[in-house]
Design a protein around this ligand. Structure first.
Ligand code: G1P
Length: 302
């Protein structure tokens, strides 16, 4: 195994965005689910900004049919900028600029067939090349003081290897996640000796589960190239990562923050409430709104 100082730094991030988003139909009939707005920015921009804050330099999107809007979103829009400038809307102009990625930052590839998350990551192999990379699933949004990927890269710089963001889930929910078989756990880092994708509660080795943030070594592409299928008949990223246990360190990282599953309607609504409560402009009125509804609910119960 390599010494800690020999692990290469993480400069690239992969965003798999080819998924259908059926849970939000008909909203996602034409619009990609990653464009759903969390307060005032689409989900995909939250993921992009998290990666940017972690020092990521290259942003690789694995897209598919009907996802053109995503690349448009990160593009430079001179007309819009001129209009905002002419009207003196400097705050909005600043917000628009924050949504841009330049030609040296943005890279695109396509996943033509829905063969699973492992397959989506494999589609990015040429753009990633022979270096470690981050993966961010935009459905998982994390509210935290320090962006989750920044916390992970900080940790990775000390431990190297493969790293997964993890949290404990209720036992009845293990079938929604990749679940860890833990060798040792110091409260922040859980050393992993095995991993199962979406086990039934009675088969789950623990309740410590993977959420959509990974740091992976490039050797994963050799494994993914075998196109081995797992849970649900899909090429699973979890299975490919598990193959390296014993050859490369595999650590679950308990990040500090609150994760919202924006792939579900309830999670998406809760995230909108939580993020808007933090907003300097609308936070106060959202707080009043939430209190109003809480009172209505209590009156009904009483
Ligand atoms: C994917 C992964 C799973 C992980 C989850 C986190 O599942 O396959 O291991 O726990 O993301 O959100 P999906 O939610 O895409 O079915």
């Amino acid at each position: 195994m390599l010494n800690n100082s020999e692990w290469k730094p993480v400069r690239k991030a992969v965003f798999p965005v080819a998924g259908m988003g059926t849970r939000f139909l008909p909203a996602t009939k034409v619009m990609p689910k990653e464009m759903l707005p969390l307060v005032d920015r689409p989900l995909i921009q939250h993921a992009m900004e998290e990666a940017k804050a972690a020092g990521i330099e290259e942003f690789i999107f694995v897209t598919g049919r009907q996802k053109e809007m995503l690349e448009e979103h990160f593009d430079y829009q001179p007309e819009l900028q001129r209009t905002l400038e002419a009207r003196g809307k400097t705050d909005l102009l600043e917000k628009v600029r924050e949504s841009e990625l330049s030609e040296s930052q943005l890279f695109l590839t396509r996943q033509a067939r829905p063969l699973g998350l492992g397959h989506a990551i494999w589609c990015a192999r040429k753009l990633v090349g022979n270096e470690p990379f981050a993966v961010l699933l935009p459905d998982d949004v994390i509210l935290s003081d320090t962006p989750c990927m920044k916390q992970m890269i900080h940790q990775y710089n000390q431990t190297g290897g493969n790293m997964l963001a993890v949290m404990d889930v209720p036992l009845e929910d293990t079938s929604k996640y990749g679940v860890l078989d833990v060798e040792s756990d110091d409260g922040t880092i859980a050393k992993v000796k095995g991993m199962v994708e979406k086990p039934a509660p009675e088969d789950a080795p623990s309740t410590l589960s993977v959420i959509g943030r990974y740091i992976l070594q490039p050797q994963i592409f050799d494994q993914l190239s075998k196109f081995e299928t797992g849970a649900g008949g899909e090429i699973q990223l979890t299975d490919a990562i598990a193959k390296f246990i014993g050859n490369q360190p595999l650590n679950g990282f308990r990040y500090k923050g609150q994760r919202y599953d924006c792939g579900s309607r309830e999670g998406f609504i809760e995230a909108n409430i939580a993020f808007s409560l933090q907003d300097p402009v609308i936070g106060e009125s959202v707080r009043n709104m939430v209190q109003k509804y809480a009172q209505q609910v209590q009156t009904k119960v009483a």
